[in-house]
Structure formats: structure tokens, C-alpha cells
Design a protein around this ligand. Structure first.
Ligand code: PRP
Length: 216
């Protein structure tokens, strides 16, 4: 029996129909149940649903053989201890810096950056040779510049509505984000014969990639 770890929230809404097309869907809807572990239509697969950051943790420790979560979560986790064989192309968004468009830092000013992506923010600004103070927050990062807690934020931008509604603007793109499949390294070796057909079924269930825009 293999175990799949899924990400709660928006990704789950997009991943469940994909799992259904691939014949890997849970026998009951995890969003409407207090149960924690679910059997699936595939007799060799069960799944559980956890917070995003717990997906790579469970996969790295072998508590799940494979998992599905956002690239943002994987970047923050550090990318060690698992393979990342499949980009599902779902739940696309951008990981960005954002802030008050009128904010201008003083020369040499150490920026205060509010985020739940602490490691990503440190890596990004340090690659630019910029010292920052990270203000760790669990959510509602957009609030931080409004209440004087931070100069900038690092957060997910999808439609941009949350930023706009708060008088903020997206500034620099850190990474394009989408949902990814990750696999425990030992499971990939030991259970390849069971895992491979599941990954192939998932890949086959993906909608066709949007056509590239033609060059002018
Ligand atoms: C995310 C993110 C932004 C918002 C961006 O929050 O943190 O606040 O979505 O989406 P938009 O560009 O379409 O407005 P989410 O609602 O997932 O909740 P969270 O703060 O708990 O992460």
C-alpha cells in the first residue's frame, strides 16, 4: 500500500478532479470529513491531507511515499530528500515581492520584509547583496506594510486582487509557482513498479498545456 500526502486548501480543489480522472481519487471527499486517512479508488493507494509545509516533511521522512504541493512550499522547505518528477501546472501563481508603490528606501536602509517564506526571502535578497530583517508572519502579509510592521512583503500573487484592495502593488517576481509531485527517494527505488503507473496516470490526466504565444 502506497501513501499520498495532499496539500489542504486551493490546491486540493484542483487536484481532486485530476486524481479522479487518473483513478486515484479518495472514496470520500476529504474536505467534508473529519477523518484523516482515506482509501482511494486504487486498491494500492491511500491518502491524507495536511498543511502545505507538512507535505514535504511527510515525504522526506517516508510517512508518505509521494505528495502534491506548491513549488512555493518546496522552495521554502529547501528541496532536499525527495524527487520532483512532475509539474502538474495547476494552481499557477507567482511568488513576488510587493509593497506600497510609493515606498522609496533611504540609501543603506535595512529593509523589513514580512513573509511566511522566510528562507525564500533571505535567499532572494541576499542574492541581490541586500541585508534585510525578516518579519515572520503566518498569513495576511498584506497587512504588514499598512500597519508599519514592514516595508515590503514576500507573498503569493494570483489575481493581484488582495494587493490592489490594500493599495499595494506587485514589485519583483521571485519564482513562477505551480503544483508539483514529489516522491520519497527510497520509495522511488523500492516501489517504482507501483508508483510509476500512478504517476503516468496522473500525467495522462493533465489538461493539454496552454499553447505558447506565437512570437511577433
Ligand atoms: C494568498 C496569498 C495572498 C492571496 C493572493 O492567501 O497569501 O494573500 O492569496 O491572491 P490574489 O492575488 O488572487 O489576491 P490565501 O488566501 O491563500 O491565504 P493565506 O494568507 O492563509 O495564505
Amino acid at each position: 500500500m502506497l501513501t499520498l500526502a495532499l496539500n489542504k486548501g486551493r490546491i486540493l480543489d484542483e487536484v481532486l478532479p485530476l486524481l479522479a480522472t487518473a483513478g486515484l481519487d479518495p472514496l470520500e471527499d476529504p474536505r467534508r470529513s473529519r477523518k484523516l486517512i482515506f482509501e482511494t479508488r486504487h486498491p494500492g493507494l491511500r491518502l491524507f491531507v495536511v498543511r502545505s509545509g507538512d507535505v514535504p516533511t511527510c515525504v522526506v521522512h517516508g510517512a508518505a511515499d509521494w505528495g502534491i504541493t506548491g513549488k512555493d512550499t518546496l522552495l521554502e522547505h529547501g528541496g532536499e530528500g525527495y524527487y520532483e518528477p512532475l509539474d502538474l501546472g495547476l494552481s499557477r501563481c507567482r511568488l513576488m515581492t510587493a509593497g506600497d508603490p510609493t515606498f522609496t528606501p533611504r540609501p543603506g536602509q535595512r529593509l523589513r520584509v514580512a513573509t511566511k517564506f522566510v528562507k525564500v526571502a533571505q535567499r532572494y535578497f541576499s542574492a541581490q547583496g541586500q541585508q534585510i530583517e525578516v518579519i515572520p508572519l503566518g498569513g495576511a502579509m498584506e497587512l504588514a506594510p499598512l500597519i508599519g510592521l514592514a516595508d515590503l512583503i514576500v507573498d503569493i500573487v494570483d489575481t493581484g486582487n488582495t494587493l490592489r484592495a490594500n493599495g499595494l502593488a506587485p514589485l519583483e517576481l521571485i519564482e513562477n509557482i505551480s503544483a508539483r509531485v514529489i516522491v520519497n527517494k527510497a520509495s522511488m527505488k523500492q516501489h517504482r513498479a507501483q508508483l510509476r503507473p500512478m504517476l503516468d496516470a496522473l500525467a495522462a490526466a493533465l489538461p493539454p498545456a496552454p499553447a505558447e504565444e506565437a512570437c511577433a
